[in-house]
Design a protein around this ligand. Structure first.
Ligand code: XMP
Length: 324
């Protein structure tokens, strides 16, 4: 469509002018905003953009592959993945408090991203940091100026030969766009559907969907249950109808069940399908019973630690969308 194409052309030209013959870095989250922002900058400056993707071990099934294979195949972007799962899980060991979890994940994320950035900067003298800021974010923060913004990232002492603080100019190619426009632009740029149509997913990932301590085994259990729920919701054509459907593992709760000849003592999985316009308020989605039945049957059959599936029928308020 010509308006989308011209938005892309104009944005690419503006980015090219801003960056000149410099280098840029972009953190990818797996979400649509960072992916589209990176794809635009890639189109503008090619290999002078380096994308950094931190795998914190709290991603859902297939998300790392979506970035490493699908995103890279669609854009040709230069990608640097940091495998940081061990580090995050070590830092989360023994932690059950939701706010503590968020703080730890946020702190580790910044440290890992900074260290990765410092490496790339040392190689390329990067001066620009790409961010997927959207128009509503710009309005919300009262930042109408649009130019001259900078970000400072502290370099790490174990990376030699760098100034103490690296200063970047911000590149924000999505500053004029709303979310639906970003999705349209992403599709026009050839990004895969799984990325362009992706529903909201919290930065702390599955870390705040395990109620209780986050461990490797529990992540594996939740990942399997979540993949089944997503697969069945998509197959039923419900992706557009629901805003998102957190799948939550009650890791500290057990209940008695029966399977085959045996008694089980497993964990419940909570389905939290919600309908919403902006996540500020939400209603629980009235999913068809047959879809719920398929999800429940498959999860209890295929995920060995889980013997019960329950449905969250709370609106927001009083419940939040996420459980932590
Ligand atoms: P709540 O649970 O507050 O969630 O009703 C509202 C929306 O925000 C998402 N969410 C987050 N997104 N980092 C994010 O990037 C976070 O820490 C975070 N916590 C919640 C949530 O998925 C929902 O869409």
């Amino acid at each position: 469509n010509w308006t989308t194409a011209s938005i892309i052309d104009e944005t690419v030209a503006a980015v090219r002018e801003q960056i000149g013959d410099g280098h840029a870095i972009c953190g990818l989250s797996g979400g649509v905003d960072s992916a589209v922002a990176a794809a635009i900058v890639q189109r503008a400056i090619g290999d002078r953009l380096t994308c950094v993707f931190v795998d914190h071990g709290l991603l859902r099934a297939g998300e790392r592959e979506q970035v490493e294979k699908d995103f890279v195949a669609a854009t040709g972007a230069k990608l640097h993945t940091v495998d940081a799962a061990d580090r995050f899980l070590d830092a989360l060991a023994g932690v059950t408090d939701p706010e503590q979890k968020r703080k730890i994940i946020g702190r580790e994320f910044i440290r890992v991203f900074e260290a990765a950035t410092a490496e790339v900067v040392a190689d390329h003298h990067v001066g620009f940091l790409v961010q997927g800021t959207l128009y509503p974010d710009v309005v919300e923060s009262g930042g109408a100026s649009g130019t001259g913004q900078t970000a400072t990232i502290k370099s790490h002492h174990n990376v030699g030969g760098l100034p103490d603080d690296i200063e970047f100019a911000l590149v924000e190619p999505l500053r004029a766009l709303f979310k639906d426009e970003v999705r349209t632009v992403g599709a026009e740029l050839g990004l895969p559907e799984v990325i362009v149509r992706r529903q909201p997913f919290p930065g702390p990932g599955l870390g705040i969907r395990i109620i209780g301590e986050v461990t490797r085994d529990r992540l594996e259990t939740l990942r399997a249950a979540d993949a089944i729920a997503r697969e069945e919701l998509s197959a039923a054509g419900l992706d557009e109808e629901i805003w998102q459907c957190p799948v939550v593992l009650l890791a500290d709760v057990r209940s008695v069940g029966v399977q085959g000849d045996g008694r089980t003592y497993g964990h419940p999985i909570v389905l939290r399908p919600v309908s919403s316009e902006d996540a500020m308020t939400a209603d629980w989605t009235r999913l068809p019973y047959d879809v719920l039945e398929r999800i429940s049957t498959r999860i209890t059959n295929e995920v060995s630690e889980v013997n019960r599936v329950v449905l969250d029928v709370t609106s927001k308020p009083p419940g939040t969308i996420e459980w932590e």
